[in-house]
Design a protein around this ligand. Structure first.
Ligand SMILES: Nc1nc2c(c(=O)[nH]1)N[C@H]1C(S)=C(S)[C@@H](COP(=O)(O)O)O[C@H]1N2
Ligand SMILES: [Mo]
Length: 256
């Protein structure tokens, strides 16, 4: 082994480093003299920055609040007491016979009882709910991280959206449903919640299970979720716009 402090070795290293940096400088110089090359570099740098900013904002967390910020009672909106026969029967029995189905473009379609969901690792978060009708409310939600459930059933590569099918027909019209893209579905604050402010989720707020997608407006947060379906497109559902209110003119992308 040669001694790293050997003067001959040091001279050799210095010479080769100088030679390398000369080549690098020449390389840089050549590149910097080409305007076309410069434009290409600038353009790709701008593109990368824009993409990164976009991604960063889509991965950012919704603000979480302190326990003292929780509203004394969480407001309910939309359907607050589903009259649908099947739902009424499940509610009458304390949701013991209720099952969540996860199917569509998944490797292992599965059903879960409420107890099974409650036995999985949970997340609790205090967040603000914003409704387009002009009110906000801060509440504490506990539930299963949707990404954990998706990992259990194994999402297939073709899946592009997660659809939430609900038990209620809003004002007796059509079944309520909603959808998220995969980035929103795998967001760490996206939950299927079964608790509100430390108690069982009330019927008014979506019992036994409702979606929390904390960076989205209230109408995205499907209540009375019965089935989660992975799809490539939602063109075949409802009127094809990805949600009950989207079918009636609301924006599909409801990020806040
Ligand atoms: N199944 C179902 N989910 C729903 C609705 C509904 O009518 N049915 N209303 C939506 C709207 S507009 C809002 S603001 C929230 C209200 O949730 P909350 O009742 O817990 O306040 O639920 C959303 N999810
Ligand atoms: Mo809403």
């Amino acid at each position: 082994m040669s001694n790293p402090t050997d003067p001959r070795r040091r001279r050799f290293l210095t010479r080769s480093l100088l030679a390398t940096s000369a080549v690098l400088l020449a390389g840089c110089d050549r590149l910097s003299r080409s305007d076309a090359m410069n434009r290409l570099f600038d353009a790709s740098k701008a593109l990368t920055q824009r993409t990164q900013r976009l991604l960063a904002s889509r991965e950012s967390l919704a603000r979480e609040y302190a326990p003292e910020d929780i509203a004394p009672s969480f407001r309910a909106n939309g359907t607050t007491n589903p009259q649908d026969e099947a739902y009424r029967r499940l509610a009458a029995n304390g949701f013991r016979d209720w099952r969540l189905t996860i199917d569509g473009l998944v490797e292992r379609p599965q059903t879960f009882s409420l107890d099974e969901l409650k036995a999985m690792p949970s997340r609790t978060q205090i967040t603000r709910h914003d409704c387009v009708e002009g009110w906000s409310c801060i509440g504490q939600w506990t539930g299963v991280v949707l990404g954990d459930l998706l990992a259990q059933v194994g999402v297939r590569d073709e899946a592009r959206f997660v659809v939430f099918h609900c038990a209620d027909r809003y004002r007796g019209t059509d079944s309520y449903y909603e959808s998220l893209d995969m980035l929103e579905a795998y967001h760490p604050q996206t939950l299927l919640a079964y608790r509100l402010n430390g108690g069982d989720l009330p019927i008014a707020n979506g019992a036994p299970l409702r979606l929390r997608a904390e960076r989205q407006l209230g109408y995205k947060m499907a209540k009375y979720v019965m089935r989660v379906e992975l799809v490539e497109s939602f063109a075949h559902l409802g009127r094809g716009r990805g949600g009950f209110w989207e079918d009636r003119g609301y924006q599909w992308w409801a990020g806040i």
